[in-house]
Design a protein around this ligand. Structure first.
Ligand code: ZN
Length: 103
């Protein structure tokens, strides 16, 4: 499946960059931290990828909105699950305040 929604593409970019930063070949140069940190971060990236796979955006031609393919009630995408997953990247360039999770 090709992801075309701009927020999904942005989130995938953040996941790819984070994964790249913490791969064994680059980790020491960029992030001299413990392997526990590396394992945790790579596992977290993988978990967020699975959340995105389970909650893909779907273009709804009847409403002209993007909706979640999975969540009940088909909330507008990004759904709460995706907003939570993306919120850890809120300080990175490109993050929009409208993606912030609801309190
Ligand atoms: Zn969802």
């Amino acid at each position: 499946m090709t992801i075309t929604h701009p927020m999904a593409r942005w989130l995938i970019k953040q996941l790819n960059e984070t994964e790249s930063d913490y791969t064994p070949l680059t980790r020491r140069a960029r992030h001299p931290r413990t392997s526990h940190d590396q394992d945790y971060i790579l596992a977290d990236v993988a978990a967020k990828r699975r959340v995105l796979e389970r909650h893909p955006p779907k273009d709804d031609p009847t409403s002209l909105l993007w909706v979640c393919s999975t969540c009940r009630g088909r909330p507008q995408w990004p759904c709460p699950e995706i907003r939570d997953a993306a919120s850890v990247f809120a300080r990175r360039p490109g993050y929009r305040k409208e993606w912030k999770p609801d309190d």
